[in-house]
Design a protein around this ligand. Sequence first.
Ligand code: SF4
Length: 376
Amino acid sequence: MSVVRGWCPSAHRPMVSGDGLLVRVRPRLGRLSAEQVLQLCDLAEAYGSGLIDLTARANLQVRGVAEADHAALLSGLIDAGLVEAEADREASRNVVVTPFWSPGDVTARLHDMAVDVLPRFELPGKVGVAVDTGPAPVLEGVSGDFRFETNENGAILIRAEGAERGHLVAEADAGAALEEMIRWFLDTGGEAAGRMARHLKVAALPEAWQQVPPAAFAERPGLGAVIGGRMVGVAFGSTDAGTLRALIRSTKATAIRVTPWRMLLLEEAQAVDVPGFLSDWDPVLEVSACPGAPSCAQATVATRELARRLADKVAGSLHVSGCAKGCARPATAALTLVGRDGRFDLVRDGRASDTPVQTGLSPDDILQQAGQASGL
Ligand code: SF4
């Protein structure tokens, strides 16, 4: 049986996984300088297995850390400026931003405001802010309970996740609007729901906060040259210190920005192909799959081999999850395969925790179905 945990792991409070502790690093504005990347790689090798994950909220995770090495790793991350020294402040720094920001722009300013506001409240561990106020909105499907976006005229709005519309705010009032929405969430029992979208299924959001639709989402950025640098893909969002170090050295990137799409945006990078990173589109980039067994203690199935084999055989979005927690993709997928007791359940148009339409499938059953004319 899987255990669904109600808190969000942080560098100070790591999650126990099948391969040791999982230490989450939330780079400020999703950005690490080249020096910070190299420091992170050294720390991941010294105190972890060297494996590094990119998460669906544009964070990084150092895998395979022994309990005895956690304090030294944490100290190294704090010294590198990648983790706050104060545990509660680090835990509440749950802000995801569009990677297409510039120093001092509205996205950076709203990020800094949200980082200041969040520690004033005791919010459920996973609750956070999304700031999607770049040249085009791109954080479709990226979870963020309180969302700053723009309307079609470029005016800032705040929207509760789960509501189709938000309300316009002047930038100077954005902090007060965020505080007001957080207070409403807590005062109306949002803590029990744990997330805004779930809460809105039972609580009525004030009408005044549902007036303005955000601009339509742009297409997900591709690989290669993009605004601000070059984008490279990371299959399943899983890499390791040696590969990441080679990326920085070979491309001479001055910094990386972590995106929520299993892609890294390299600042001022040379166009060099680096083994372990995708510079051309590959169907595997569209597939979500957590590490599964044996890496994660909660998994009873291997996930990534099956995901690779299915990548070009499934028409819609695909998520292969080691268990019902669905770490690799909080959003819905057209098809989700969920490990349970050594086999897979199949969920259509839902999340890993939703009710399956088929149960007890083996990988061979699944591949056979995928190969048939009717498909999966
Ligand atoms: S979804 Fe995957 S990584 Fe998350 S707990 Fe389950 S098996 Fe582990």
